[in-house]
Design a protein around this ligand. Structure first.
Ligand code: SF4
Length: 458
């Protein structure tokens, strides 16, 4: 893809509200009719396949203060009591799910996200990790990952995490320009970020990731490129570049950013395209939509082997069909059902105290949902649909099953964004930035949905 082929006119035409497709059907389609009881049924069903490993996610919502751009479920500056109660609640939730899962207790992937998981102290991290390993058996080669802030994590914490068996780590960097950092409420130098990266590498962490965000207030091309140069020079194994969604009507704390200039659609895309070009020139390989990896990294290898997968945490090399989420707002995907926990700490606590699962909403997927989820995931991971694979998996002929979609895809084909071949439907480099628009063609809910879409496709 050359940036010049992506014209402002094309961007303007395709920039529209659209889902990020971390799930299909997307969260707004889930309903409160699917609650703890239904989730209990899904976990019980999952117990029938004891040999299939699980993926675990734990949400640790605590942060010392709230960054102005934050869109996560967080609790800032929590009291010691609140943290203790939360850890006790998560332990109860783990016990509850594990007993329903019975002999299904092998784990191939575990991820601690937040919030800032390393805002827990050593004893608290030990308590939480013990709650998981007390009920689940981690595979010897399990991927055990944590998100952290390079500015606040300590060497002692990193030593401890390695001792527990954590082997993947992701640093929130966002932007190294001090002006942007001041605006968004972060403060981290390139030196400190690099020091922590090197320390992790020395400890044996692999797949070390850095997250960047484009579209933030005050971002302009020149300093953004300096951030890219600095980050690429550090050689993290992976770099993820996310688009900032400014939703100050939904997140009141983002109103602090309202008066500041933010890049518009064309500038935003230019920031992304420049970042992409820089990373490719620096030897990184684009993975899926917004991830980049060094050629020797597992993500790049699995792209070549066509074994790349995507779940709520992003791209992954491990396929664990069932993901069990613990903690506030955590999402589970089990037995073709989705379930999301409440975001309210008191409701979370009282549900668990009553012996209930703290699910706020969810859904059981129909066969059509499962087929469309497969199509959307393959497009997001591999930028193609293998029509032979669709027949093998679901007994369908894509040309017939997706005949209405084919008509819409022909317009994208005319634009040069997709090739509709007899065996593969392949997104072209020109179509790659518009992958979410292409996925929307397969979304059966969009036509009938009256739900607000918060993110935009570009
Ligand atoms: S560190 Fe992350 S989760 Fe915590 S406030 Fe900042 S953006 Fe939100």
């Amino acid at each position: 893809m050359t940036a010049s082929a992506i014209t402002p006119e094309l961007l303007a035409r395709y920039d529209r509200p659209g889902p990020r497709y971390t799930s299909y059907p997307t969260v707004p389609e889930w309903s409160a009719d699917f609650g703890g009881e239904q989730y209990r049924g899904a976990l019980t069903e999952a117990a029938a396949s004891p040999d299939i490993p699980l993926s675990l996610y734990v949400h640790i919502p605590f942060c010392p203060h709230r960054c102005a751009y934050c869109g996560c479920t967080t609790i800032t500056a929590p009291s010691e009591n609140l943290v203790s109660r939360y850890l006790a609640d998560v332990t109860l939730e783990v016990e509850h799910a594990a007993s329903l899962l019975g002999k299904r207790n092998t784990v191939s992937q575990c991820h601690w996200g937040g919030g800032t998981p390393t805002s827990l102290n050593a004893e608290q991290m030990g308590r939480l990790f013990g709650a998981l390993t007390g009920r689940f058996t981690f595979d010897a080669d399990a991927e055990v990952a944590i998100e952290t802030n390079p500015n606040s994590v300590t060497r002692a914490q990193l030593d401890l995490l390695r001792e527990f068996g954590f082997n993947r780590i992701s640093f929130g960097v966002q932007d190294l320009n001090p002006e942007v950092q001041r605006a968004i409420g972060r403060n981290q130098t390139a030196e400190r970020t690099e020091e922590m990266l090197r320390y992790c590498r020395g400890l044996g962490f692999s797949g070390i990731n850095m997250d960047l965000i484009y579209g933030l207030p005050l971002q302009t091309m020149e300093p953004w490129m300096r951030t890219l140069e600095q980050v690429a020079a550090m050689r993290p194994d992976r770099i993820a570049i996310y688009s900032y969604a400014h939703l100050s009507s939904r997140f009141a704390h983002q109103q602090a950013l309202d008066p500041l200039p933010r890049p518009g659609t064309t500038e935003k895309y230019a920031l992304f395209a420049a970042a992409r070009n820089h990373l490719v020139e620096a030897g990184y390989r684009p993975i899926g939509m917004d991830h980049f990896a060094l050629p020797g990294d597992e993500l790049a290898r699995s792209l070549d082997n066509r074994t790349l997968h995507r779940n709520f945490m992003g791209y992954t090399v491990r396929q664990a069909p069932d993901q069990i989420g613990f903690g506030l707002s955590a999402i589970s995907e089990v037995s073709n059902c989705y379930a999301q926990n409440t975001k309210d700490p008191d409701l979370y606590h009282s549900a668990l105290e009553r012996g209930d699962l703290p699910v706020e909403r969810g859904m059981r997927l129909s066969r059509d949902d499962v087929i469309r989820r497969w199509a959307i995931r393959r497009l997001m991971c591999a930028f193609e649909l293998d029509l032979v694979q669709a027949t093998a998996l679901f007994g369908i002929n894509c040309n017939q099953y997706f005949s209405a979609e084919c008509v819409l895809l022909e317009a994208y084909q005319a634009e040069g964004m997709i090739d509709l071949g007899p065996e593969y439907w392949r997104v072209t480099p020109l179509g790659a930035p518009f992958i979410r628009n292409i996925c929307m063609v397969f979304d059966a809910y969009l036509k009938s949905s009256s739900k607000t879409l918060y993110s935009r496709t570009i």
